[in-house]
Design a protein around this ligand. Structure first.
Ligand SMILES: [Zn+2]
Length: 479
């Protein structure tokens, strides 16, 4: 018999209402789970329980699902990336930054752990980890305690800049193919891992850096193995214009014609679609194509908003029938803050408060992500679902008054009120402390790794500049 934990008399349970097919507030109730799954959600649990938790001051909610993240690199960009953008590249700093600032292998391992810690601290339980295929990844992911969908990224070309405005490509098709096969092998290994918490995603890195053949073969492999596929698509104006130049088609229409848009496909980030105000292409077809093909979108508002860019808009995509999940394409890896920003930006873009709601964002951060990953057993609190859950402290001052606990959490408290996190029935975070990893040691390694990355920037930057010239500090140095 697996050991059962019961959260008794919880003030609030965000329970799955199977009849209405939505989350609903159960104000006062019990939730029981073991290592296999959630076994009970309802007013009163009468079965045996080895562990009892007093739920008087708690909201129990499903663990959040992050369907787009780059744990191996993003932690190194804290203090570097927030205000770095290139105006002559339609504000995107992506290309200049990824060329000039690259953490080394030792650093990347620590980066993953720091990102994983941030995720657990803010109530994320499942993640899509889009990283390079580095050694020890399986062990790092398994030891994190998270549910990790490893997405080893590969490409037929590398971005390259020789001046401050032009995006160039260095093609190496053989490298793309090798990366594809190595990714398949690693994903297979993840799927067999005894933890039961690892899985894989096929990840040709970007729509503009992979050959049509590699994209097609990637999709065929995803179909054959029953896996999701994710690719960056419509993430910058540069990329949009590049694809128009190469094929006379928007990135979404190119992907559709290749046959790679389907319910198993997740596009990061599908912002610059044909009717976006920054491109205004003449074919208003991209959004209906995403809906008709059942393609999901990984929406990550923070990094783009920092450039002055936004999806137009979250509510409109949903009404068109597009499945949206959320991601943290940036540090902090805080999906609660992404929910808040996504709601606000949607309303700003639409100039309409009714375009979206807290409920819609919370669904995206849970069931939207689960559906995108093809995992109906995640993101919902109901018997039979995986025991990935978050206990939120309603007695935290930032939550009070907790008339509407999700609004308190999303619009005010965020991670400050996340008290305990369970993944696969195991407690992995409590009272601000990650129980599975040495957060302090990982942070120390990230600090050192960032120093090396900044030191080496002039050898990589297109203009040979020092890190402080590429990304100046927010204030001048005194004196
Ligand atoms: Zn990304």
């Amino acid at each position: 018999m697996p050991s059962t934990t019961c959260i008794r008399n919880a003030a609030c349970i965000v329970a799955w209402d199977a009849v209405k097919a939505c989350h609903a507030y159960l104000m006062g109730g019990d939730l029981a789970f073991d290592r296999e799954a959630i076994t009970f959600v309802g007013p009163r649990y009468e079965g045996p329980a080895e562990t009892l938790i007093d739920g008087r001051d708690l909201m129990v909610m499903p663990g959040l699902i992050d369907i787009h993240s780059h744990p191996s690199t993003e932690p190194f960009y804290r203090g570097v990336r927030e205000e770095h953008g290139v105006p002559a590249m339609f504000m995107s700093g992506l290309y200049e930054r990824s060329q000039a600032f690259r953490p080394d292998l030792a650093a990347r391992k620590a980066g993953k752990q720091v990102a994983y810690c941030e995720m657990l601290l803010s109530g994320i339980t499942s993640i899509a980890d889009l990283s390079g295929n580095d050694e020890d990844w399986i062990d790092l992911a398994a030891n994190s305690g998270l549910r990790v969908f490893i997405a080893p990224a590969y490409a037929s070309a590398l971005w390259h800049m020789e001046n401050g405005w032009q995006l160039q490509y260095r093609w190496d098709e053989a490298a793309g193919r090798r990366g594809f096969h190595a990714a398949l092998a690693l994903i297979e290994q993840a799927g067999r891992h005894p933890s039961g918490r690892l899985a894989g995603i096929i990840c040709p890195a970007q729509i503009d850096t992979c050959t049509p053949e590699l994209l097609r073969e990637s999709f065929a492999a995803a179909e054959q193995n029953g896996l999701p596929l994710t690719v960056h698509c419509s993430q910058s104006v540069n990329e949009f214009n590049e694809m128009i130049g190469r094929h006379g088609k928007t990135p979404v229409q190119f992907a559709r014609d290749l046959g790679i848009l389907a319910p198993r496909t997740i596009l990061g980030h599908a912002i610059f679609i044909d009717d976006h105000s920054w491109v205004r292409w003449h074919t208003p077809m991209d959004l209906p194509i995403l809906a008709d093909t059942g393609t999901s979108v990984a929406h990550c508002p923070s990094p783009f908003a920092r450039y002055g860019q936004m999806l137009e808009d979250f509510g409109r995509y949903r009404r068109a029938g597009v499945n949206l999940g959320l991601g943290t394409d940036v540090a902090p890896h805080n999906l609660i803050e992404e929910m808040r920003l996504a709601a606000i930006l949607a309303r700003v873009a639409a100039r309409d408060i009714t375009t979206t709601s807290t409920a819609a964002l919370f669904h995206a951060a849970t069931t939207g992500g689960a559906d995108a990953l093809g995992r109906p057993d995640l993101g919902r609190l109901a018997p039979g679902m995986k025991a990935d859950l978050v206990l939120v402290d309603l007695a935290n001052p930032w939550m009070m008054p907790a008339r509407d606990p999700l609004r308190s959490l999303i619009f005010t408290a965020a991670d400050r009120a996340v008290r305990t996190v369970y993944v696969h029935g195991a407690k992995v975070m409590e009272h601000g402390r990650v129980l599975t990893m040495d957060h302090a040691a990982a942070l120390a390694a990230v600090i050192e790794g960032q120093q090396r990355m900044l030191r080496d920037a002039p050898t990589r930057d297109w203009a040979g500049r020092q890190a402080d010239e590429i990304a100046p500090l927010s204030l001048p140095r005194w004196g």
